[in-house]
Design a protein around this ligand. Structure first.
Ligand code: GDP
Ligand code: IMO
Ligand code: MG
Length: 429
């Protein structure tokens, strides 16, 4: 049995897609277990750029199967368009499957997400990706959701869409003052989608558990990140799923005892897209410079990402909840040329207390001041470094500072967006 879980430790966009792509070459399965097409995972292959939202980032290299497991919320139209884009580039997607239990993002979920965000103002707005993620998970928990399997049963689909439209249309018309949705149009469209996708809709949990028993290499790819986790993130400025390693168990139907290599991905600094607290955010020219050099613009929405220093207090929280046993630090190259690099190791609370743990109070977090340690930077280009020894001393000091604070080894340092731009300190496979 060899299982690998890749999760984000900050606010998303840590480079999970790139790392998953690299690891997928040796994987028999690559599996998404939560989130939906709110994710934007970038993979560079030569001059070709792929942004994967719903498909596992293993789709390009994995010789086995790619699975969208039960915990994912699937917009089937987004799925089809992503499949088509990959096939247009001459690659096969015959190895991609979706769980029968995965919930379907319906048009009313996307509208609800959009109307709700429009209703909130200023710092109350979450800044969602408007992909219908939250409303779809709500329906799942409320037990009125439509699952992939339902797209294959005309009677069940009819009844479920009718029931859902009754309430949703009332809300659209009476509360939001918006047009209602037409039953026939939605029913016919989603029935046709079911027909089109039926050969890909399977019981992913059965096959995955058999593969675990057979000792296959299985890679679980997280979307979003721990600071956006519905329970442990900066609630309510979070997504509606569990992007933690724990989410793999419920999101893919595999037992906790089956999870071995828990790989946490963090950028060498911090970014956040969307609203919510961000203690180490930079509002100055340096923040702008990091955004420019790191090309920090949302892969899904194109929004500029907020940028700031590495926050070890929140990273420790993320590693604890996830039980991370292997760290990946990405985008170290972006810090090249900075004279000094700051790292937050503690927070000062609004009443002057010094703490080194993360808080559950999102409102208080806005008022916390990070306490920084300063490390010396380096000027040498590191994008061609392929072994740890090739890194300048100060870059190694930076990595080791992170390791010492967290008590976890950094097994891979990423020094550029390309597949090959990695320093791998320990072969995991
Ligand atoms: P994900 O959502 O975690 O998969 O990350 P995104 O793909 O949204 O954002 C990460 C961005 O950083 C992408 O544009 C990647 O191509 C890029 N990237 C990943 N690793 C590195 C790295 O080590 N250095 C640089 N310069 N860019 C990187
Ligand atoms: P990847 O997988 C960064 C953010 C949104 C918003 C909040 C809720 O590429 O790291 P949602 O649409 O999920 O209801 O939005 O979460 N968000 C992400 N931020 N990377 C992501 O995914 C994100 N997915 C959602 O910006 O603040
Ligand atoms: Mg992303």
């Amino acid at each position: 049995m060899s299982t690998y879980v890749v999760v984000g430790l900050q606010y998303g966009d840590e480079g999970k897609g790139k790392i998953t792509d690299v690891l997928s070459a040796k994987s028999d399965y690559v599996v998404r277990f939560q989130g939906g097409n709110n994710a934007g995972h970038t993979v560079y292959v030569g001059e070709h750029k792929f942004v994967l939202s719903l498909l596992p980032s293993g789709v390009l290299q994995c010789k086995g199967k790619c699975m969208i497991a039960n915990g994912v919320v699937v917009d089937p139209k987004a799925f089809i368009s992503e499949i088509e884009k990959i096939e247009e580039k001459g690659m096969s997607t015959d190895h991609v499957f979706i769980s029968r239990r995965a919930h379907v993002i319906m048009p009313y979920h996307i509208l609800l997400d959009t109307y709700r965000e429009a209703e909130l103002h200023g710092d109350k707005q979450i800044g969602t990706t408007k992909r219908g993620i939250g409303p779809c998970y709500e329906d799942k928990i409320a037990r009125v959701g439509i699952r992939m399997i339902d797209l294959l049963n005309p009677e069940v689909l009819k009844e479920k869409i009718q029931t859902n439209l009754k309430l949703k249309n009332a809300l659209f018309e009476k509360y939001y003052g918006k047009p209602v949705l037409d039953f026939d149009e939605i029913y016919n469209e989603y029935l046709a989608i079911g027909e089109k996708l039926k050969h890909r809709i399977v019981d992913t949990e059965l096959e995955l558990n058999e593969a675990i028993k057979a000792g296959k290499n299985i890679l679980f790819e997280g979307a979003q990140a721990l600071m956006l986790d519905i329970d442990f993130g900066t609630y309510p400025f979070v997504t509606s799923s569990s992007p933690s390693t724990g989410g793999v168990c419920t999101g893919a139907g595999v037992p906790p005892t089956a999870l071995q290599n828990l790989i946490g991905v963090a950028k060498a600094y911090t970014t956040r897209v969307g609203n919510g607290p961000f203690p180490t955010e930079l509002h100055d020219e340096l923040g702008e410079q990091i955004r420019k050099v790191g090309f920090e613009f949302g892969a899904v929405t194109g929004r500029p990402r907020r940028t700031g220093w590495l926050d070890l207090v929140s990273l420790k929280h993320a590693c604890m909840i996830n039980g991370i046993n292997n760290l990946v630090i990405t985008k170290l190259d972006v810090l090249t040329g900075l004279k000094t690099i700051k790292v937050a190791t503690k927070y000062k609370t609004e009443d002057g207390k010094i703490i080194d743990y993360f808080t559950s109070s999102t409102t208080k977090l806005y008022k916390y001041e990070p306490i920084y340690e300063e490390l010396e930077g380096w000027t040498e280009d590191i994008t061609n470094a392929r072994s740890y020894d090739e890194l300048p001393e100060n870059a190694r000091r930076y990595i080791e500072f992170i390791e010492n604070y967290l008590g976890i080894n950094v097994y891979l340092v990423s020094v550029g967006p390309e597949r090959t731009q990695n320093i791998i300190r320990k072969e995991l496979f």
